[in-house]
Design a binder for this molecule. Structure first.
Ligand SMILES: *Cc1c(COP(=O)(O)O)cnc(C)c1O
Length: 469
């Protein structure tokens, strides 16, 4: 039961005839709006006074959870702190009001900023050129695969239409390959969660002349460092394919190693993950694509302008604020934080692959399976304690995946607080499993039927009234 007036829908607060504004007296005389431009009936809009509107939306905003309100260990998404100086600079009117078609001489400073960012990305990745057109990671993958496809076509190497993707890959990898008109072949993972070299050798000997590229994520989707990259790159290059690096989460690599040095030819970086930018709820993003010298001639046309400028600006400020020396600590600190959590919880949560991880770690649910408490239940119970839930049921390699990424920004105190709560939940699962299974209890609404919400979304007030749910 929700008895808070301002938790209702704005439509439910509507009172006929109530107004939150008054227009100035018409100084221009009457103007007859042409009939064909008028709607047949009045729009069904809520009628509220200004204070009601302000309270309604302020209260709704207080239900938001963000990095600025609490710990947000969402694995694979890198929800790191977004320093306020980034926002301040990106919001400067001279950046915010840029128009893609404004005269060249008025944007020389902006172009200089993009060149500086390109230079910094090249030096962090070991690649030679970047394009800023892609609007997000998946768009970057598509752009990068088009570079590879264009390269093979330019050499009249027209049979190369297959892309090798590890079974642990992010779902966007096979999806991008498919959108690019390429065929996916899956390479298996070993029990240690790394690319299975034997399986890869088999695929290469079977498909050699058809292989356009191999896509890899490093650290991979289990948060593990792929140790055989030089060998893998050699195998793929020898059969004529190119190496693609999914650098969505470049975080743990910063200061540790560079994809260009490992033998990768093409990559994308998710600026919104790696170099901050608030990106919950699906945007905004930026997925610049970097290539080895010589491949820049094959950049495809994927958008008429450079992508989301504000995200690039934030990335640029983030890197400059850290500076050449401090940027080297990003990877090691993100890795240290993840391993600290892993080691502190592995006696109560099932750790299927017990090795040093990089920036994130994956548990396979609670260690004690007899309680019947699932990963979903743990995630919901975390909400009661004021934490955002980790990523759950991804990656798909385990049944009860619980994927935690703390990022480099969090203090030891924050990590200790989270660890204590995770241990408390494990204890509750034993002593009072019902409490965990019916969580959350302290949030404005309880557990929702997310399958129903996805399969049968109710998106308008009219639909809500009609269905009386
Ligand atoms: C987030 C992510 C992507 C997709 O990036 P978007 O910006 O969401 O399109 C691709 N690969 C990996 C490994 C990711 O974590």
């Amino acid at each position: 039961m929700n008895n808070r007036l301002y938790g209702n829908l704005i439509f439910e607060l509507s009172k006929e005839g109530r107004k939150g504004y008054s227009l100035p007296q018409n100084r221009f005389g009457d103007y007859e709006v042409p009939k064909e431009l008028c709607r047949a009936e009045d729009a069904a809009l809520p009628e509220c006074d200004e204070l009601t509107v302000v309270r309604h939306y302020t209260n709704l905003s207080n239900n938001n959870f963000g990095v600025d309100t609490g710990f947000y260990p969402l694995g694979s998404c890198t929800m790191k702190y977004n320093p306020k100086i980034n926002e301040e600079i990106a919001a400067h009117p001279q950046f915010q009001n840029l128009h893609p078609l404004q005269p060249e001489p008025t944007v020389t400073g902006v172009r200089a900023m993009l060149m500086l960012l390109e230079e910094m990305l090249c030096s962090l990745t070991g690649l030679a050129h970047f394009t800023f057109k892609p609007y997000a990671g998946a768009h970057g993958e598509l752009t990068g695969l088009m570079v590879i496809d264009n390269y093979h076509r330019s050499r009249n190497d027209l049979t190369r239409k297959k892309v090798i993707v590890p079974d642990s890959a992010h779902g966007t990898n096979p999806a991008s390959a498919a959108v690019c008109g390429l065929e996916i072949i899956e390479v298996k993972s070993t029990a240690d969660g790394l690319v299975d070299l034997e399986d890869l050798k088999r695929l290469v000997s079977l498909e050699g002349p058809n292989i356009a590229a191999m896509m890899m994520t490093n650290p991979n989707t289990l948060g593990l460092f792929e140790t055989s990259i030089p060998e893998i790159a050699k195998l793929i290059h020898e059969c004529g394919g190119l190496m693609y690096y999914d650098g969505a989460n470049l975080n743990p690599m910063l200061g540790a190693c560079r994809p260009g040095d490992m033998g990768f030819d093409v990559m994308h970086i998710n600026l919104h993950k790696t170099f901050s930018t608030p990106h919950g709820g699906g945007g905004p993003g930026s997925g610049p694509v970097g290539v080895r010298e010589g491949l820049q001639d094959f950049f495809p046309f994927v958008s008429p302008y450079n992508g989301n400028f504000g995200v690039m600006m934030r990335a640029c400020v983030y890197i400059i604020s850290l500076g050449r020396e401090n940027v080297k600590y990003v990877g090691p600190l993100a890795t240290l934080n993840a391993n600290y959590i892993k080691e502190s919880l592995k006696d109560v949560y099932e750790l299927p692959i017990d090795t040093t991880c990089c920036h994130e770690l994956v548990f396979d649910g609670l260690k004690d399976k007899s309680t019947g408490v699932t990963t979903m239940d743990v995630a919901k119970r975390l909400l009661d304690y004021g934490y955002h839930a980790p990523t759950i049921y991804f990656p798909l390699l385990f049944h009860e995946s619980l994927m935690i990424e703390p990022t480099e920004n969090e203090s030891k105190e924050t990590l200790d607080g989270f660890i204590a709560v995770m241990r408390k939940i494990a204890e509750e699962a034993k002593t009072n499993p019902e409490l965990v299974k019916t969580a959350p209890h302290n949030t404005p609404i309880g557990r929702v039927d997310d399958v129903l919400a996805a399969k049968h979304p109710i998106t308008t007030y009219r639909q809500l009234l009609a269905e009386k749910v």
